[in-house]
Write a protein that binds this ligand. Structure first.
Ligand code: FE2
Length: 387
């Protein structure tokens, strides 16, 4: 919800008669959040979105989580995980708590149904691949290194044009631009590492006006259902407001760098209840003549830190690869591995790309993550004998 957007045809005032060329009325829908108290949009459908023909149970597999006990730092090599399928059905949950569930998926086919998660916003990160996020607000073309912010209640499907690896964070609340990046009116501040222009909004297509039987799978905090609806979810002639899906590519991120090491909050991208998101992108290193480019040792006593490694040379980490996830648990010190500090001295820039989430409640580990775990990771700060 970076700013007000309008798309397609709209009546000149809200809540008045708005007629189709055939004389019938368009069906206005208020898409609101926090009751009527927060951001919202108004959508104008060719036919009412309420025409439900059938509701059936949807038996989704229950994800079994276990505590990170004994408490330790963990490493999961997710690149080899079998998580093919469509972008919703193929998701493999790896980490989670009451605020957030983090999954990965290798979407290798289009969804032949629509999905609507009304349990909270979803944040997707496209590691590689391209395609279209088709929504009731229009189409969002996506590509590698895109974040996709999907508000709770958005009806969508993912149509990959090439196999797509995505990380999905399903929040229990709203995913927002951090408050400190916005002025009192909501506009992006000058010091923010991105600007309104950097966000892509859906392109509204010709409304699909073909009464039939369309499948919409609905999920809300563990309650699931398959709806059969008469009217196509993408029969919208126009919409406006502050609540809509949008995309942001890391190419547009203007990282904040400094004379000395900048901590993760300098690289914040989004925030959600109990979670803060950051992105590490190619950037110049610190310019103090004695600066140490890699991070210092660190004990994060208030949050679990999760990094998903995307591409480039991850200079401070040994043994990680693209698709690796490290979980640095609250209270377990972490930092550059042996030799990394010396190796970094004199380096002027990095080409690494990684995305991060810090959670303020402890994360649990999904049993589905265990097969790809490197069980020796917590010992990786021990000096290794020369090969
Ligand atoms: Fe840390």
């Amino acid at each position: 919800m970076p700013s007000y957007v309008r798309a397609g045809s709209l009546p000149h005032k809200r809540h008045i008669q708005f007629r189709r060329p055939d004389g019938g009325l368009y069906a206005e829908e208020l898409f609101s959040t926090k009751g009527f108290e927060s951001v919202y949009s108004l959508l104008y459908h060719h036919e009412p979105p309420t025409a439900t023909l059938a509701v059936k149970p949807w038996s989704r597999p229950v994800v079994s989580f276990e505590p990170n006990d004994p408490l330790r730092n963990r490493h999961f090599k997710t690149a080899a995980l079998a998580c093919g399928g469509d972008a919703v059905g193929g998701r493999l949950a790896l980490l989670g708590n009451a605020d957030l569930v983090m999954s990965v998926v290798d979407a290798d086919r289009p969804m032949d149904y629509y999905y609507r998660n009304v349990g909270g916003d979803e944040l997707l990160f496209v590691h590689h691949g391209a395609g279209t996020l088709q929504t009731n607000f229009g189409d969002l073309a996506y590509r590698a290194n895109d974040y996709l912010v999907v508000p709770s209640g958005t009806t969508y499907r993912v149509l990959p044009s090439s196999p797509t690896r995505a990380v999905v964070w399903a929040s229990s609340g709203m995913v927002k631009v951090p408050r400190r990046y916005r002025n009192e009116f909501g506009q992006m501040e000058e010091h923010a590492p991105y600007y309104e222009r950097d966000f892509r909004v859906p392109v509204l297509r010709e409304p699909i006006v073909e009464p039939g039987e369309y499948e919409v799978r609905v999920s809300n905090a563990g309650r699931n259902a398959i709806y059969t609806v008469r009217n196509h979810p993408c029969d919208v002639i126009g919409w406006d407001g502050y609540c809509y899906p949008y995309a942001f590519n890391l190419e547009e991120f203007a990282p904040i760098t400094g004379k000395l090491h900048q901590p993760p909050p300098a690289h914040a991208t989004f925030e959600a209840p109990g979670a803060a998101f950051c992105a590490f992108v190619p950037r110049m290193f610190d310019y103090h003549p004695l600066a140490v480019p890699v991070p210092y040792n660190h004990s994060s006593v208030d949050c679990d830190e999760v990094l998903y490694y995307v591409s480039g040379n991850f200079m401070s980490r040994r043994g990680v690869e693209a698709g690796s996830i490290t979980l640095h648990a609250a209270g377990a010190p972490h930092g550059p591995q042996p030799g990394a500090v010396e190796a970094s001295l004199g380096k002027t820039s990095t080409d690494e790309i990684a995305v991060m989430v810090d959670t303020f409640a402890p994360l649990q580990i999904a049993q589905t993550a265990l097969p790809c775990e490197d069980p020796t990771y917590y010992r990786s700060w021990i000096e290794q004998p020369a090969p």
